[in-house]
Design a protein around this ligand. Structure first.
Ligand code: ADP
Length: 530
């Protein structure tokens, strides 16, 4: 099948035009043509339809190929234009080609026409495709530009050292600056000094990992001087390898952040109110027990004093006293915790021989507690002039005698841990109390082989009123360890627990030997340094 070809022939001679048509038909074409020989006719024909090719005689009485060519160009039409002439000289042909003609063919050599037409059609098709591709690209670019320029976010293109190559106009709405104002400026100049290092770090990471998108958050100074919080993503621009640049797409989250802070604050307040409520409920529960004992014992004494034996009366008085003691202890504990909570708990350190202090305390406990054996092991230094057997030269030194701590608070810490170890161990169980001093630190461990603490409870053990699920009927309030923790922290120390149910528990307390003095005058204190 022949290819349809719309040919506009600019020719005054009907015969010559037919010769051309004949020639085209002898190729693979089925020409649909019109012949014109004036400018008006040419323009009218151009208006009428699309032409695949124009073949023009060089000179005619009322028109010419150069005139037709310039009309084509004026109308911005890219149609292949072949000049056919019997007379055209080389110079004229060159001029015509320079003016934009595609080719020229001599009337005496029409065999060249078909290859010339074929080539020109091919090239015209390529030009057309290129134009369409360029147009599509322009439209795409336009779409992106419009997206960027109308985006709510600020889109910035920067160099790794913060030089602004581009910043979208939205910067005016968000931060008050005109985008031109920030061009070629350094972005870091406007970022809060505390956030600059992190932003630089993010930009470099984005640069080194082109496939990744990095999140960033920083404060940026608004044109009015206030600080706005911006959150965004950084990504290396990979289509311009010669220019290292990163696109930073950010949005203002100041209001959102403030709202989140308010929510957090409200949530905290709610939790605080709940914990206050829980505290009061548990408190009243804890007080109710001893109060009941007092009430019942007092009623019994009142109603049956004449029939009750001396021993029975003594027992009731004992119960009342014990219940009152419990309540006083409870009140003292709660007062201590409240003071600690508002930072009113004071530490009054003094120099003491820690090893000696511990030894005396253990002896005291052994005296008052016959059921369980409490063994003291001093793992370093000297006690009362006696070298400890387990002392390791070089790593453990006798710094325990130079401790600077609050004796009253220490007493409370150790007695509480030891009492718990005894309380939560079966009668006769052994409790170990170990002390060592090294690296400016006293390490105290209280070890028992008692009921142990379930893993879940271990995390919450130091919370006020928290008691483990396995305590059964063993009495307690759940206040002791929270006070111990506060006292340890007042010394600048730490407390940890490791435990296994049915195997036993170890509480480890680490206290700086010179809690307050150390920071003031470390140079005068050299004990324990490795
Ligand atoms: P309590 O008055 O209940 O003993 P504490 O604050 O001293 O309060 O201890 C909190 C909880 O930690 C206890 O109720 C108990 O569940 C657990 N606990 C503390 N010490 C031990 C221990 N040596 N062995 C097992 N459980 C312990």
């Amino acid at each position: 099948m022949k290819l349809e070809l719309r040919v506009l022939i600019v020719e005054d001679s009907e015969e010559d035009a037919e010769l051309l048509i004949y020639e085209l038909k002898s190729g693979d074409y089925h020409p649909i043509y019109e012949r014109v020989d004036t400018a008006d006719g040419f323009i009218a024909a151009l208006d009428k339809q699309h032409w695949d090719i124009v073949i023009a005689d060089y000179s005619m009485p009322c028109f010419s190929a150069p005139a037709a060519l310039s009309l084509l160009q004026e109308n911005k039409l890219d149609i292949p234009f072949i000049i056919v002439s019997g007379t055209i000289g080389e110079e004229m042909a060159v001029d015509a080609m320079k003016a934009g003609a595609s080719d020229y063919v001599m009337k005496g050599n029409l065999a060249r026409l078909i290859p010339a037409v074929e080539r020109e059609l091919r090239e015209a098709l390529q030009r057309q495709k290129r134009r369409e591709a360029e147009q599509a690209l322009r439209e795409k670019e336009e779409r992106f530009r419009s997206l960027i320029e109308n985006a709510l976010d600020i889109i910035t293109v920067v160099s790794p050292d913060g030089n602004v190559y581009y910043i979208s106009p939205s910067v005016h709405r968000v931060l008050g600056y005109e985008s031109e104002e920030l061009l070629e400026k350094n972005l870091f100049f406007y970022i809060h000094p505390e956030d600059v290092t992190e932003v630089i770090d993010n930009l470099h990471q984005a640069l080194n990992k082109p496939s990744s998108t990095l999140f960033t958050k920083f404060r940026f100074q608004h044109q009015d001087g206030s600080w706005r919080v911006l959150e965004g993503v950084c990504k290396k621009i990979i289509y311009s390898p010669e220019l290292a640049s990163i696109v930073v797409n950010c949005r203002d989250i100041t209001e959102r952040q403030q709202a989140e802070e308010i929510c957090r604050e409200l949530e905290k307040q709610k939790e605080l109110n709940e914990s206050k409520f829980n505290f009061v409920s548990i408190m009243s529960h804890e007080f109710r027990n001893p109060l009941n004992i007092i009430t019942i014992s007092a009623e019994l004494l009142e109603n049956y004093s004449d029939v009750a034996s001396k021993e029975q009366k003594y027992l009731y008085f004992q119960r009342i006293r014990a219940a009152a003691r419990n309540m006083t202890q409870l009140l003292d504990d709660i007062l201590t915790i409240s003071k600690a909570e508002v930072g009113k708990l004071e530490i009054k350190p003094a120099t003491l021989d820690l090893a000696k202090f511990c030894l005396e305390l253990v002896e005291e406990m052994q005296f008052s507690n016959a059921g369980n054996a409490v063994n003291f092991v001093f793992k370093g230094g000297e006690v009362d002039g006696q070298q400890s057997q387990e002392s390791e030269a070089g790593t453990i030194t006798n710094c325990c005698s130079l401790a600077y701590m609050d004796e009253k608070l220490l007493r409370h810490i150790f007695i509480n841990l030891l009492s718990n170890a005894i309380k939560y161990s079966p009668a006769g169980g052994e409790v170990l109390f170990e002390l060592s001093c090294q690296n400016y630190e006293a390490i105290i461990q209280v070890k028992d082989q008692g009921i142990g603490i379930p893993a879940n409870d271990q995390k919450r053990l130091f919370e006020v009123f928290h008691r483990a699920g396995n305590v059964g009927k063993i009495p307690g309030t759940g206040l002791g360890l929270s006070i111990v923790k506060k006292f340890v922290e007042l010394h600048g120390g730490k407390i940890e627990v490791s435990s296994e149910v049915g195997v036993g528990s170890t509480f480890t307390v680490k206290l700086p030997l010179q809690s307050q003095r150390l920071t003031e005058s470390r140079h005068t204190y050299s004990c324990g340094a490795n």
